[in-house]
Structure formats: structure tokens, C-alpha cells
Design a protein around this ligand. Sequence first.
Ligand code: PNS
Length: 171
Amino acid sequence: MQKVVCPGSFDPVTNGHIDVFKRASDLCDEVVVAVLVNHTKAGLFTIEERVELIKESCQHLPKVSVETFDGLLVNFCRDRGVTAIVKGLRAVSDFDYELKGLRAVSDFDYELQMSQMNYHLGPVETLFVATNPLYSFLSSSLVREVARHGGDISTSVPKPVVKALKAKYQK
Ligand code: PNS
């Protein structure tokens, strides 16, 4: 029984994430989406809201379940009998407007470093899914940015997230 984990902040979940969950569930028996409880960064959505939005957005994916985790991912993997971490890998770089200004951060360098550390600590393998080009420009931070300014994010995130973002920014 291959049980894999798709970890992340998911603030909020995007169509790019959902594509990775779907492709992981086509390959594995069980996919646990693990939402990081980050004590140092509040984020836009609460952890409970993120979990609920992922659950609502994954109703068509019966092998997918959603949990939260705190601390090291390798400990979560060990405790749950997870055999591998599955992550999407975008083309070249990502921009985190809120945290790093306009500095480009290479997705590959960051992911490679984390996967090597997780193998060193676990060992736990990391499998990368090449992001669908349809979604390669997407990131949660960009989606928040566009939604905050009233831009159209209806093709970037699942319907429940469109609704939740509208509600957040209309307040
Ligand atoms: O969506 P994100 O923020 O890019 O996800 C990053 C995440 C949650 C996968 C990563 O920060 C993580 O695994 N954090 C848990 C703490 C941990 O295990 N750190 C060591 C990783 S090498």
C-alpha cells in the first residue's frame, strides 16, 4: 500500500496543487494532503479554513484526505507510515511578493535542498511531478495578490476558494 504525502502551506490551495493531488492519487493508494501549522506566520486563511477549502475542492478525489502537521515533515511521515513526499515542481522560479519583494526564488534549488534534507533526516524519498504548464505560473502568494486587487482568479483556484477569497477581501 503506497501512502504518500503532499505537504504545503496552501494559503490558499490552487488549481496547480489540485492537479498534483490528482496525479499523485492516480499513482498511489492513498494521498494525505498535510497542511503546515506555521506558528511564525499567520497567513490569510486560518489552518481550519485551509483544511476545509482543500476538503471541499477534493470531493472528486476519493483517495485524498487532509490533515495538519506541526514540526518536522519526516516525523509526520514516520508516524503515518508515509512512503514518499510528492511535490509539484514549477518551471524555473517563483516570486514571493509578500515575503521577499520581487526577488526570484528558484523552485528547483529550494525543493532540491528540502528533499535532500528530508532524505538525510528520514530517510524519506521525495517524488516530483512536473507542473502542468497550464498552472506553471500559479502560486498561492500571486493568487492572494491578484484577488486582493479585485483581479479574476476564477481559473486559478477551485470554486470554493474563489468564494472564500471574495469573502475575505470584501470585508
Ligand atoms: O507550501 P510551502 O510553504 O512551500 O511548503 C513548505 C513545506 C510545508 C513543505 C516545508 O516548509 C515543510 O516541510 N515544513 C515542515 C518543517 C520541516 O520539516 N522542515 C524541514 C524541511 S527540509
